[in-house]
Design a protein around this ligand. Structure first.
Ligand code: GDP
Length: 197
């Protein structure tokens, strides 16, 4: 695909699944989206594919317990992984969540890249560090994506980027800055996807 920004012509929901034997068998490159609940994941996926509500936003905490798969341009898939950090989850639910995520990360051969979303206003924490390390140990490419940049000034964005980069031990330039309400970073993400097709 080179470095052209791909144009989105179609997007559709395929199915939701919790176990690897029920993942859709697509044989196409897959891009996963993961982050703390409320990080802006649903909004960002909708922005990427130019749809208002392909993915339901602001859904009730704890409700999304499946991995939702979407086909884009008939060419690649997006996997919407459930968010972490719901205070209301029971220990059993947390365990099921971890198991589902581990099963996906270790079994999904179509997975090319995981976009790790974080609200740019938040401080980085151990959970973020641990989960990114976990995916990378499985040889999954992790791209860190800061969300809701419209809530920050230019200076604050630069500071947040530097802080996250230092904490996560990567170059600040590798942290994508996005805002779903302003469409910021959309082309950059589409370009990253295009380069991996
Ligand atoms: P998810 O739980 O990670 O899927 O997050 P959602 O996409 O449902 O968004 C959570 C909340 O953040 C909602 O109230 C959204 O309207 C808001 N939100 C999401 N993206 C943005 C953004 O780019 N800018 C701003 N200001 N708010 C956003």
């Amino acid at each position: 695909m080179g470095d052209a920004v791909i144009r989105i012509v179609s997007s559709e929901f395929i199915k939701g699944a919790t176990k690897s034997d029920s993942y859709p068998k697509t044989g196409k490159a897959e891009f996963a989206f993961f982050g703390r609940s409320n990080a802006g994941k649903s909004s960002l996926i909708n922005t990427l594919v130019n749809r208002k509500s392909l993915v339901k936003t602001g859904s009730r905490p704890g409700m999304t317990r499946v991995i939702n798969f979407f086909l884009v341009n008939g060419e690649f898939t997006l996997a919407d992984l459930p968010g972490y950090g719901y205070a209301q989850r029971s220990a059993a639910e947390n365990e099921a969540f971890d198991r589902m995520l581990a099963e996906y990360a270790s079994n999904r051969s179509e997975l090319k890249t995981l976009f790790f979303l974080m609200d740019m206003r938040r401080e980085p924490g151990q959970v973020e560090l641990d989960s990114i390390e976990y995916f990378e140990r499985l040889n999954i490419e992790v791209i860190v994506v800061g969300t809701k940049a419209d809530k920050l000034s230019k200076n604050e964005i630069a500071n947040a980027r530097r802080k996250w980069a230092a904490y996560l031990n990567r170059d600040p330039s590798l942290i994508c800055v996005t805002s779903s309400s302003k469409n910021t970073g959309r082309d950059e993400l589409l370009k990253l996807i295009g380069e991996r097709l």
